[in-house]
Write a protein that binds this ligand. Structure first.
Ligand SMILES: [Zn+2]
Ligand SMILES: [Zn+2]
Length: 302
């Protein structure tokens, strides 16, 4: 198994660059080995890095504030809190871990920012990444999955759910069309707060997301991170996973762990979901070039 979505710091914490060392990464790979995971991708959020912030600075002001809520201030505070680490140092440390023989590849989670992806891609082209995850965590300037923030959660109460879901599907289409990343992270993150429109709207949005993935050539991840959220379900839903499989969209596996303890979490369940949806291979990356490997079947030693 692989775990292609691993963060080095929990969200509430400010990233401590002093902790960014080989020993810290080795703790992740030790957990991975215990969980039967043979390779992990380090995929810290781009907004943790001062260089990432520099190429997207003030993006939240590209839209008006919804419903008079202080979304500019909330987004700015989020970036002030998180964007503290040097990207060069992160990449150099991850590369050193890889070169020391630890089973890691060098990646990043690239949060989609409409209108800024050319600048983001230009920045990232200067680094030897193995894999880039593309994710949608914001709809315009609303950080819809920041469930701990009362301001962000108030937006959920003030917009029609079908509008929110369609906006998310539209953002995923835009992200896929930029061809800036290799894997769509948590493809139906919009369900995180367990607020669902009618089934017909969900089906429409899943069709759009699956079409976008297929049209872009990107893979999609199966992630155990949703199970601990209000939605109580892995990403993607069984119905979206079936739609991805029908379109031959490749898959990766992900814990979206924000510390060593959850690396490879519930990977046997993720494997079962992949097999049930008809998948027989998993996509892997080196230098942003894809290869497909056979899925190890339950009970096999591989
Ligand atoms: Zn994410
Ligand atoms: Zn993540």
């Amino acid at each position: 198994m692989i775990d292609y979505h691993v963060h080095l710091w929990p969200h509430p914490e400010r990233a401590d660059e002093g902790e960014l060392a080989l020993e810290r990464i080795a703790r992740y790979t030790e957990e991975a080995a215990r969980a039967g995971v043979g390779e992990i991708a380090l995929t810290e959020h781009i907004f943790r890095f001062v260089q990432g912030r520099a190429v997207t600075e003030g993006w939240w002001r590209d839209w008006p504030e919804w419903g008079g809520l202080p979304l500019y201030a909330r987004a700015e505070a989020y970036y002030d809190h998180h964007a503290t680490v040097d990207l060069d140092h992160y990449v150099a440390t991850a590369l050193a871990a890889k070169e020391a023989g630890l089973p890691v590849i060098v990646g990043l989670e690239v949060d989609y920012v409409p209108g800024r992806m050319e600048a983001v891609s230009a920045l990232l082209a200067g680094y030897p990444f193995d894999v880039l995850l593309g994710s949608v965590h914001a709809l315009e300037n609303w950080l819809f999955d920041d469930l701990s923030d009362a301001t962000q959660m108030a937006v959920w109460e003030s917009r029609p759910l079908e509008e929110i879901w369609r906006a998310y599907a539209g953002a995923m289409e835009e992200l896929a069309a930029t061809k800036s990343c290799d894997v769509l992270a948590h493809p139906d993150l919009v369900k995180v707060a367990a607020r669902y429109p009618d089934r017909g709207v969900i089906d429409e949005c899943e069709e759009r997301i699956a079409d976008a993935a297929a049209g872009s050539g990107m893979a999609a991840e199966i992630s155990s991170a949703g199970s601990a959220k209000p939605c109580g379900e892995d990403y993607p839903s069984p119905s979206l996973l079936a739609r991805l499989s029908r379109r031959n969209v490749p898959i990766t596996f992900a814990s979206d762990s924000h510390g060593p303890a959850r690396v490879g979490e519930r990977n046997a369940a993720l494997l079962r979901q992949a097999l049930a949806a008809g998948y027989r291979s998993v996509r892997r990356f080196r230098g942003r070039q894809a290869t497909d490997a056979d899925l190890c079947l339950p009970g096999s030693a591989r």
